[in-house]
Write a protein that binds this ligand. Structure first.
Ligand SMILES: C[S@@+](CC[C@H](N)C(=O)[O-])C[C@H]1O[C@@H](n2cnc3c(N)ncnc32)[C@H](O)[C@@H]1O
Length: 244
């Protein structure tokens, strides 16, 4: 898999062997196949494209998706707060296009595993294809399954839920976690995390916390450096709880 970037900085993901067509001209399949990362390809209109090795963020930006995806600030907070890493066993639902599943898979390594449940067959198919393109299909298993019908795995280090009413399955989540394992949920609305907090507390989850992560970018101008006037004002709240 390669990314090619045009002279304007626009990036394109090349996931399968085929000719590439754009307003800047055509690049033949063989040119792309024979190129190494760092090479420059020339179109039939004599325009330059740089060949780049995609990292996970490049890939997620350009991968196929039919629904909204989690953004980096929230994914980063989940990973940092739950302490997951090499050899962790994680369950995630719903998969969507696979953004957070890919990030989990990228850090658990071959001794860990990510199980990701997606109720929609079409979304599960897209996520599987994305995961295969990124080369993590041995580490991430996508199941076309309604998580409300039961959790097959146990002894999990993290169950991450991005669902409308995540609290409906907190009891099953508790049973599926290892001692020390985390429940984490992402929800756009405050009443979702409030209800989740109360139910998780009743079920015995410890170290409960609701957080919102705000990311403010700076801009460097001639007059001085200061925060940009526009930012992502809100994406979602995160709730964490631990089985102890
Ligand atoms: C906002 S998207 C998930 C985004 C994803 N977590 C990510 O990392 O970008 C929510 C997904 O949950 C799926 N879903 C909804 N209810 C579900 C259920 N009961 N079991 C499994 N998946 C479900 C939806 O089909 C949808 O694809």
């Amino acid at each position: 898999m390669k990314i090619i970037m045009d002279e304007r900085g626009k990036k394109y993901l090349i996931a399968k062997p085929q000719d590439f067509h754009s307003d800047l001209g055509i690049i033949k399949e063989e040119q792309i196949a024979n190129a190494s990362f760092g090479d420059t390809l020339i179109t039939h209109l004599n325009k330059e494209f740089k060949v780049i090795k995609p990292n996970i963020n490049d890939f997620i930006d350009l991968m196929d998706r039919r629904c909204s995806i989690l953004i980096q600030k929230d994914i980063g907070t989940v990973i940092a707060k739950t302490g997951i890493g090499n050899s962790s066993k994680i369950l995630d639902a719903g998969t969507g296009a696979g953004a957070i599943a890919l990030n989990f898979g990228n850090i658990v390594g071959p001794e860990g595993h990510v199980y990701s449940y997606e109720i929609r067959e079409d979304f599960a198919k897209i996520a599987k294809s994305n995961i295969e393109s990124f080369g993590l299909n041995n580490i991430i298993t996508v199941k076309n399954k309604d998580i409300k019908k039961g959790i097959d795995e146990n002894n999990l280090d993290l169950v991450f839920l991005d669902l409308i009413k995540p609290y409906e399955i907190f009891e099953e989540v508790y049973d599926s976690l290892a001692t020390g394992g985390y429940l984490a949920i992402y929800a756009p609305y405050i009443d979702q995390v409030e209800t989740s907090y109360k139910i998780a507390k009743k079920l015995g989850f410890k170290d409960l916390a609701i957080v919102e992560t705000l990311e403010r970018e700076m801009e460097v101008r001639q007059q001085g450096t200061r925060p940009k006037t526009r930012m992502v004002g809100h994406s979602g709240y995160l709730l964490f709880g631990r089985k102890l």
